[in-house]
Design a protein around this ligand. Structure first.
Ligand SMILES: [Zn+2]
Length: 169
């Protein structure tokens, strides 16, 4: 269960020591590996399976890892089971970087999502389905179909203005 400096570095859960495999891209091919290649590997390309990669830049206050903001990080893999079992000790960081208890926040977010779904379904039930005009062959009328596509496109642009559509290029 222990990694020895003389042997290849095996991916293991920080908590339980379980072996972990990860998907990586080597020479444009997706490979599954269970140890770090000797020459190292690009961190942004490491996808541990059934586990999460936790990283930290370190900070003032820890004697363990504090490289003084030079951009280097320490990384750990933790299996999903260990995360799940100990989720009462985790914190959540929102987009404003505010910390909160992870489990409590997840419960609240799930509840909000459920409410939004219920509202959406209630709205959908009130809106009568439109009759789709058909052409002489029984296919949806192309002008009408295009107007639907335009409406969806418009809706998506409003929802995510930063989204760049490459399908027409
Ligand atoms: Zn584990």
């Amino acid at each position: 269960m222990h990694n020895d400096n003389t042997e290849p570095f095996k991916f293991r859960c920080l908590i339980c020591g379980k072996a972990i495999t990860a998907e990586v891209c080597i020479d444009h091919r997706i490979c599954t590996i269970d140890q770090l290649p000797e020459e190292g590997h690009d961190d942004s390309d490491l996808l541990p399976l059934g586990a999460i990669e936790m990283t930290s830049y370190g900070h003032y206050g820890t004697a363990f890892f504090d490289p003084c903001d030079d951009g280097t990080q320490v990384a750990a893999l933790i299996c999903d089971d260990c995360m799940e079992e100990r989720s009462d000790r985790l914190m959540y960081i929102d987009k404003q970087r505010r910390l909160s208890p992870f489990n409590k926040t997840m419960d609240e977010l799930n509840e909000q999502a459920k409410q939004r779904r219920a509202e959406h379904e209630a709205r959908a039930a009130r809106t009568p389905a439109e009759d789709i005009p058909l052409d002489k062959n029984g296919y949806p009328d192309p002008v009408y179909a295009q107007s639907l596509i335009d409406r969806i496109e418009q809706y998506r642009k409003e929802k995510s203005p930063g989204f760049h559509d490459i399908s027409h290029e």
